[in-house]
Design a protein around this ligand. Structure first.
Ligand SMILES: [Zn+2]
Length: 244
């Protein structure tokens, strides 16, 4: 089986199910790490105010997409996965559709309504040999890009694809508006004890991101025993979700 892990942004898979990825790769399975929204701002524009805030925070400036792709290459090596990118622009680079954090973690903008279908059609024509198992985020945080990737996976599932959901992490509060993203799904616990070191290395590879995810102090010593963020990464199990 070829396992295609689809992440909205660089880092989502390592954080959500990096141990599972590493364990499949170690077992000799084919594993792909596909980033959907992998491109930076178009042309000389400085991007939306949210994009500028993020670039300052990440200390990448407008080179963000290139820096993050290089980090992703390194993370994929630790996990044993082949990195691929769809080259779409993430929400903060899609013009000024998302002007606030609330909008970024809300429902997709009306001009993004066809985006899930577009993602599904690119994924559906992907040069990965069958049989394939597709992994998409639950969209627990509610980030629009995560919702769109989940929806793309579900469009493909309706057409016969095999999909599982992973628990995405760390992009803000869960804003589910009354609906639990796990509703109707059943959990499967994966023992990842033997792969926690690889997961930590992969997460650390996303150097521009970990300050924002864990706080600057914790990021510096990420992986050290006893530290809460490290313990979370090293917990030794991950959950995937499947349709009942
Ligand atoms: Zn993300």
């Amino acid at each position: 089986v070829n396992h295609v892990f689809v992440q909205p942004h660089f880092d989502d898979v390592a954080l959500g199910c990096g141990g599972t990825v590493a364990s499949l790769a170690a077992a000799g399975e084919g594993v792909w790490l596909v980033t959907v929204f992998s491109d930076g701002p178009r042309g000389p524009t400085r991007g939306s105010p949210l994009a500028r805030q993020l670039h300052a925070h990440w200390r990448t400036g407008r080179r963000a997409a290139r820096v993050r792709a290089a980090e992703d290459d390194e993370a994929a090596r630790y996990l044993g996965a082949v990195p691929l990118r769809l080259g779409l622009r993430e929400a903060v680079y899609r013009g000024h559709r998302y002007r606030s954090w609330d909008q970024l973690y809300g429902t997709p903008h009306r001009r993004d309504q066809q985006l899930a279908e577009r993602v599904a059609s690119i994924l559906g024509s992907f040069p990965v040999p069958a049989p394939q198992e597709l992994y998409v985020p639950l969209a627990l945080s509610g980030h629009v890009d995560h919702r769109i990737v989940r929806e793309a996976g579900e469009l493909l599932a309706d057409r016969g694809a095999r999909i599982s959901y992973y628990e995405d992490f760390g992009e803000g509060p869960v804003r589910t508006a009354g609906m639990d993203p796990r509703e109707g799904l059943v959990p499967m616990v994966v023992d990842t004890t033997a792969f926690v070191d690889r997961k930590v290395l992969a997460v650390r590879a996303y150097e521009s991101q970990i300050g924002g995810l864990f706080g600057a102090d914790d990021a510096a010593s990420l992986g050290a025993p006893g530290q809460p963020a490290s313990e979370m990464l090293r917990c030794g199990s991950e959950r995937l979700w499947n349709r009942a």
